[in-house]
Design a protein around this ligand. Sequence first.
Ligand SMILES: [Zn+2]
Length: 88
Amino acid sequence: MILLPCPWCGPRDAEEFGYVGEMRARPHPVTTTMKEWRDYLYLRRNVAGWTTERWYHQMGCRRYLLVDRDTTTNEVRSAVSGPDRQKS
Ligand SMILES: [Zn+2]
């Protein structure tokens, strides 16, 4: 079981959340190449270790949060209010 510490609701089972994806900076739409844009849209790093992910608390406060999680152990070291959209 993964326990996510929602900043508004407190610790909750990850079943209450929707996994949005890993946080990555969005390339600039004017200056990026087609390859960079394709990589951003379709490729994932699939990190084995610490990564920053975006989750949505769909069965709670209905807010987005950023979670630092170790994908090998599911240890969570921080969860903070996240942006409603991907970084650009
Ligand atoms: Zn919440």
